[in-house]
Design a protein around this ligand. Structure first.
Ligand code: ADP
Ligand code: MG
Length: 367
């Protein structure tokens, strides 16, 4: 009979790392969110061979102070959350302190960083697979942080092969997530470039530090896309009739019941040829996420005004942090909205009213 023995610490680490970094898309998402959390106004995402060889994210954010080098990539070390109750008022994207530690275990990983007060003298940090700091060296860089992830899953042959096999689908997912950050973040210069195996680096898209999401949409999708969109600004109300809402009311005050859905959506007369996920974007308080139920309501209501086309949707659900929970799935893309059924009913009604409005029912050429 086989003896029962402890799994090597390193192996445990790799098993658990499966949680946050499941694919190429989660790497990109975690790194971009770290840059945003660091207050960056300029982020460059650079791929080599669609991310199979390298993913590099450079920002001009706060940088990392020397005292934090040792713990930077240790599991469950974070500068953003210290007690569980902090989660309720969380304003950062990250909170688990898992992404960098997972990346150490799953790739060739290094960080270059510099505080404003030290510029142009920064540090390049290399790590063990366990997340322990292996070496630091001095480099000339500007304020900010650059994270380089090479050969993702190089030490997990099955996952690596799977990634290579599915790279086309993965790449499309990566681009649509990047589109979401590019469109929702105002005041950010965001650029995405890719260098194929053989060939020159090309910029895929970039935003210019715009003050509005309209301008971001023009930068990412083009002026033609924006021209047929109408502004979304719906107010959904949850009446305080059941106990859960009453509880939320006492905790969050009266305003917490108010939900706004803001953004842009296709005119009923000007939809898109087919429903493509990369042109239907949902956010909760600016956090990109999958909201299949909301998407369903949008698509159904839209279909009743335009049966042959689908809408472009950019919808940011703005609500009090007490009304939802982001700590549902490791990648935080699934969000639990309290009282979702009533939100959806209210959304259905408000959307119909919007589409029925005479101004928007007509094709733009007739306005
Ligand atoms: P989390 O974001 O959940 O805190 P991460 O593993 O993603 O966990 O990052 C660990 C810590 O490293 C962060 O809390 C932050 O202090 C620091 N960090 C990561 N990326 C950056 C960055 N681009 N700029 C500044 N600090 C960063
Ligand atoms: Mg993070």
């Amino acid at each position: 009979m086989a003896t029962i023995k402890p799994i090597e610490a390193r192996t445990i680490h790799q098993i658990q790392s499966g949680q946050v970094i499941v694919d190429l898309c989660s790497v990109v998402k975690e790194l971009v969110e770290n840059s945003l959390d660091a207050g960056a106004t300029n982020i460059e995402v650079r791929f080599k061979n669609q991310g199979l060889d390298a993913i590099e994210v450079q920002d001009n954010g706060s940088g990392i102070s020397k005292e934090n080098y040792d713990t930077l990539a240790l599991k469950h070390y974070t500068s953003k959350l210290s007690t569980y109750s902090d989660l309720e008022s969380l304003e950062t994207f990250g909170f688990r302190g898992e992404a960098l530690s997972s990346l150490c275990a799953l790739s060739k990983f290094s960080v270059t960083t510099c505080l404003a007060s030290d510029a142009p003298k920064g540090s390049r940090l290399e790590f063990e697979t366990s997340g322990k700091l292996r070496s630091t060296s001095v480099v000339a860089v500007q304020k900010g942080t650059t994270v380089l992830v090479e050969r993702l899953f190089h030490n997990l042959p099955v996952r690596r092969r799977e990634l290579e096999r599915n790279i086309k689908r993965e790449w499309n997912k990566v681009l649509s997530v990047l589109n979401q950050y590019a469109c929702i973040q105002t005041g950010l210069k965001f650029s995405v470039s890719q260098q194929p195996n053989k060939g020159k680096r090309m910029i895929l898209f970039s935003t210019k530090g715009n003050q509005t999401t309209r301008e971001n949409i023009v930068n990412v999708f083009g002026a033609k896309t924006l021209a047929v969109l109408i502004p979304l600004d719906l107010v959904l109300e949850l009446e305080p009739t059941n106990t859960s809402t009453q509880r939320l009311t006492t905790r969050g005050g009266n305003e917490s019941k108010l939900i706004r859905v803001r953004g842009h959506v296709s005119r009923p007369a000007h939809g898109e040829g087919r429903q493509t996920p990369d042109r239907q974007m949902f956010f909760v308080n600016g956090r990109p996420c999958g909201l299949p139920q909301f998407a369903k309501v949008f698509n159904e209501v839209y279909k009743s005004y335009n049966a042959s086309q689908s809408p472009f949707i950019f919808a940011d659900i703005q609500l009090d942090t007490h009304l939802y929970d982001v700590n549902v799935s490791p990648d935080k893309r699934s969000i639990l909205l309290h009282d979702q059924t009533r939100m959806l009913d209210s959304l259905r009604e408000s959307l119909s009213t919007l589409f029925e409005s005479q101004d928007y029912a007509l094709p733009t050429s007739q306005l």
